[in-house]
Structure formats: structure tokens, C-alpha cells
Ligand binder design. Sequence first.
Ligand SMILES: Cc1cc2nc3c(=O)[nH]c(=O)nc-3n(C[C@H](O)[C@H](O)[C@H](O)COP(=O)(O)OP(=O)(O)OC[C@H]3O[C@@H](n4cnc5c(N)ncnc54)[C@H](O)[C@@H]3O)c2cc1C
Length: 692
Amino acid sequence: MTQSVDTSFIPDLPKGPLCIYRKRANFDWKRLRLIFEKEQVLRLKYKVWKILENDPLFSQPISTLPTDQQKRICAMQMNRMKQLDLVPKEIEQRSFSEKTKYLMGINEALHAYCPSLSVKIALGVGLFNNAIRAMGTERHMKYYEAAWNREIVTCLAITELSHGSNTKCIRTTATYDPTTQEFIINTPDFEAAKCWVGNLGKTATVAMTFANLYTPDGANQGLHGFLIPIRDPKTLQAYPGVLVGDIGEKIGLNGIDNGFVMFSNYRIPRENLLNRTGDVTPEGVYESVFTEPGKVLGSALESFSAGRIGIMQESVNTLSTASIIAVRYAALRKQFGPEKSGPEVAIIEYQLHQWRIFPYLAASCVLKIAVMELTDIYLGIIEKSQADSNGFELLTQAVSEIHAVISSSKPMITWTARDAIQEAREACGGHGYLKASKLGDLRNDHDPSLTYEGDNNVLGQQASNWLLRQWNEGIESPVGTANFLKDRDNILKQNWESVLKQAPIDSFEFVLKCYEWMLCHLLEVTSSKITKDMNGGSHRFDARNNSQVYGAREMSIIYSEYFCLSRFIERFNRPDVAGEYSKVLKLAFDIYAMRCFDRHMTTFYVGGFAHGSTFADLIRTRLLQKCAEFKDSAVAVADALAPPDFALNSIIGKSDGLLYENLQNEFMTNPGAFERPPWWRDIIIPQVKSKL
Ligand SMILES: Cc1cc2nc3c(=O)[nH]c(=O)nc-3n(C[C@H](O)[C@H](O)[C@H](O)COP(=O)(O)OP(=O)(O)OC[C@H]3O[C@@H](n4cnc5c(N)ncnc54)[C@H](O)[C@@H]3O)c2cc1C
């Protein structure tokens, strides 16, 4: 980074014991931070964090509040957002892409502070309004405005009690009645009750609900979105015909009121149908731009991609948070040493410990950059489609590749974050198990992102299906993620030694070529297995299902890693990444890639890409070497990824590095720490009279 960069808006970190390792880094962590995040977004995030820190409503609770309290405070915080005026009016005038990035920046900052709050707002404003834009028309803009102005609290009701992933089997009905020009909404039985819907339990006043549209001729026109009033916004009482409730305490995210609802002959105006892709005339005739109902559903659900990108951004931050806590702790915690009575060694020095936590810090660097790049690509495509008069059709064509990327990357990234949290918890020993370490809340609040907005194992199949189509039906890869498949015959003939002759081991090219071989190999094996099963009489459904394990599932994960590494390289090659910054980022790349290779070692060997032990030795030795090299940069890299202490909210991960002072303070101020418990009498065993 040669040109001057303004980092003055990034607050300094307190001096303290972490400086021992901080000083070993040859770069300015603030400048590195500006490679990980765009300046405007980072400025915005610091602004949000400062506002929250100064407002008592957002003070971090010192112990777990009852769930009802969590819901109350979270709802009040959501309301406070409007007064805080975080989104000035002029943002409305900006391009779709700029505006979305602005809102995503706020979402990331809020998520770092409290996931319940960011998810509540995302459901109540962001996702709802995105869906209105994608599926609604001019007549629905009043709902858009009302959600924006907090006049209504909204939710997205898709899942039913007995159907989540398989949305095609949703059974809620919306039957058009031409005599009153209304839809009559019905829930056939409790198994079709909408459930798990965030905001619905206690607060939502309008639900965007997916239901099967029936025209008066009795025809089912497929799944459509409807705006359904749930509660009176003045009293929060449910309207007659709506049975709505809260599903109860969850493992985490208890600030959000997840609810269920059943409709009984509940009437809504015809105009409440989101009619961008299909409409019903006042007389009851169905009109659609699509000929197949399945396509209507597909297009409607596509509008949720932005939500999945939001989850990826949040998950990368969660991954970073776990890594930051583990790295700071490792630099401070000392155990054992070479001499019996000599000084102890910081656990960050141990090879085993480095191997456990550095790959996650490296993953944070690679995936943070990759998701930022993906966001730009995604928003660019949507913006283009909106500019085109034939936008919707263009959108459905152009995003199928991005959909494959998102469908594979949301699982890969959320799983990586899940594993990082667990490793960090163990890497921080007993103190990692303290609630105040944050790692428990991090785990519980992150966990559902593996399931919502598409269960990971189901979503990944959409990516592998797309890849298999590319393999079998010809390559259509406008974004360029699958163009290498054109060279598949050549790629499949390679082994690691022949790749090494074309590209040195420390080059980006070597890594990408190994990935291309893995993908071609898995595609060939999986595709042949499906064909063989079908030729042997299997139904396509069974053949697909029986090709997931050791085939399609792994392919999907590998494809997303390949995409993320490719996007990282793109960013790396821009001129602002130079000198020490390129060195440390290349280290992160190498560690992440070698760790991934280590996990895919079986695939390399089973597919004949490697024989004997040399390849595995090379990859593993390289991984350990790079981890050792990363040690002196790790604390500064963690600083470059870290939110302020207020948002990080971890007693063992604080930037001042005063680990034991902070723990002492935590123990000593634990409410009631020194009190005799009020229930002490219940546990006193009556003393038998002493004979002494
Ligand atoms: C905290 C939270 C918030 C939520 N918020 C909302 C909301 O606001 N609105 C809303 O509509 N919904 C919401 N949901 C519901 C969520 O979208 C669903 O849980 C999700 O879509 C998965 O559906 P399911 O629970 O029915 O799981 P299922 O689809 O029943 O899956 C169960 C298991 O079966 C596996 N499985 C399913 N099909 C296959 C297959 N073909 N091959 C192999 N394995 C398979 C899955 O991988 C999974 O492990 C929320 C859920 C949670 C946990």
C-alpha cells in the first residue's frame, strides 16, 4: 500500500501486554483493516458502534435476561433505530447497489453488537422490503414505506410445521373470491401452520406469507407472496381469523420472537397479492409472465439471495470474532516451558495451538475479502437487471451462476464459523467456557444460520446440481466460475507433479489448478455414478440422493472454496495490496488453502492425483511452516478484523490484553458472588448431635 491512506477515524487500541506480539508485525493493522473493508463502510460501522455505546438502551447485559425481557429490549432497540437516524434521507437517492451496501454495513455493525437485533431488523425491514421490491409492484410501496418508517413490524412466513426445505409442499391456501375481490386465507390443519417465523411471535403486524393461489375455477396457480395483516398496530391484538403465538424459548437468538400462525377464512384485499410475476384480474382470471408455476416460485425465492449474502457477511464476522478471541488469549496465556522452574511459554508459541487456531484466522482474512467481492458482483448483476426493461427475465438467467455460488458458500462459510467457535472455545480452556468469554453466545446465536435461509445440506445440493448441469449439458458461466471445465479432458490427466511443473508450489496458480482437478474429478465420478444408477433402473431422485456422500456434497464445498480463493486473488492483485500487506495476506491465503487441502487429502489420493506420502508431506509441512511464520502477525491481523471492545464484548478477548485483571474484575463483580444464597437452608443437612 504505497499511497497515503486516512486511518485517523479508526480508534487506537490501548497499550498493554498484547503489544509484545503487536510490535512484531511489520505492518499497520489499521491499513490492513482498510483492505478488509471499504472505507465508507468502516466509517459507518464505527459510527454505529459509537452511537450504541453511548445509549443506555444498548448497554450489554451482565447476565442472561429472561427471554421475555430479551424480546422486549430487542423490540425497543429496533424502534430506537429510527430516532438514531442511522439512514439519512439522501441514502434513498443513491443507487440500489450503494444503498444496499450501506444497509449491509449497518447490519454487520449491529450483528457484531447483538445478532438478535440485526436479525430482527433484517427480517422486519431489509428482507421484507427486498421481497417487496422483487415481487411487489407500485401498489405495495406503501408497505415498503411503512416498514421503513417502523409504522409496521413485518416478518416473512414461508416455513410450515411439516415443511421447511421443501417449499413446494407448502399447504396454506389463498382462494380468490371475485364477488368481494378478496383472497380468503386458510391453514388446512396444524401441520400447515406457519412456524419459526421471526418477529411473528409477539410483535409483527404484517406477515409476507407464501400460500398457494387458487383461482375461482379451482386451479392452483402455485405459490405466491401475500401481505397479510396480523395484528392491530395500535394494540398488538391479533385480528379475528388469525391465531398467532410465540413458539417459546430457543437455544439462542432469544431477542427474536419466533412465532406460529394459523388462518381461518381470513380475508385480505386482492391488492395484497404481490403481483410482479403473476396477477389475478378483478374477475378472477390468472395472468402471469411465466408459463410454469415452478418458475414463479423460483424467481420469488431468488429475492432472498441478498439475505444469504447478509448471513455470509455476519458469519465471516462471527468466524473473525472467534479467531480474535482465541488469538488474543493465546498471546496472553502461558502454560509450561522448557525449564522446570523457568518462565512459561505463551500458548501461541506451540505448534499444535497454531495449527488449531491460525487456519481460522487465515480463513477470516480470505473469506472476508471473498464475501466483499461476491457482494459487489451480486449487486452489480441485480442493478443491471433493474436497468433493463426486461429485467426480471434477465435476472433469473443471470443469477443462476451466482445462485450456485451463494448456495455453496453460505453452507461452507457458516460451517467454517461453527467449527471456529468450537475450536476457539477449547483453545481458551476453562475461561472460554465462561459466559463472559462470549464464545457460548456466539455459538448459540450463530447456530441457526446453518439452517435458516436454506438448510446447509439442502442448499448445497442446488450448487452441485448446477455444476452437474455445466458438466453434462454445456458450460454457461457468465461470471466465470466454471469456465475451467472447458479444459476438463486435460485437467483430468493431471497429477500434482505435472501441476508442479507448470506452477510453483507457492503460486496462486498451483492452488487453483489443484482445485480445478478436484472439481473435475468429483464431477466426473458423481456424474458417472448417477448415470450408472439410472441405467441400472434407479429413479433420477434416488440416483441423485445416492450421489451426495463422497460426491456432490464435497463438490459443493470445494466449489465455494475455489470461488472464495479466486476472488481473494482478484483483490490481492489490485495495486493497493503491496509490500508487507501482500506478504501477510499471502500467508493467510497459503494457510487457508493448505488447511483445506489437508481436509481434502482423501480426494486427492482416491482420485489418483497423488501417490505415496510426498504430496501429503509437502502440504502438511507447508501448512505448519506458514503457521509458524504467521505467529508474529497474528495479533495485529486479529486487531485489523476486530470490532471495538464494546461490540466484541469478551472478557478474555479485550484489546487491552489485561486478561487476569479483567477476569478478576468479572469474578469479583459477579452479582451475588459473595452472598450466601437465599436457598442456603434447603441444602443444610441437619447435624446429628455430636457425641463429643
Ligand atoms: C432461528 C430460526 C429462525 C427462523 N426464521 C424463519 C422465518 O423468519 N421465516 C420462515 O419462514 N422460516 C424461518 N425459519 C425456518 C427455517 O427456514 C427452516 O427451519 C429451514 O428452512 C429448514 O427447514 P426445516 O426446519 O423444515 O428442516 P427440514 O427441511 O425438515 O430438514 C431437516 C433435516 O433433513 C435434512 N434434509 C432435508 N431434505 C434433505 C434431502 N433432500 N437430502 C438430504 N437431507 C435432507 C436437512 O439437511 C436437515 O438436516 C427459522 C428457523 C430458525 C431455526
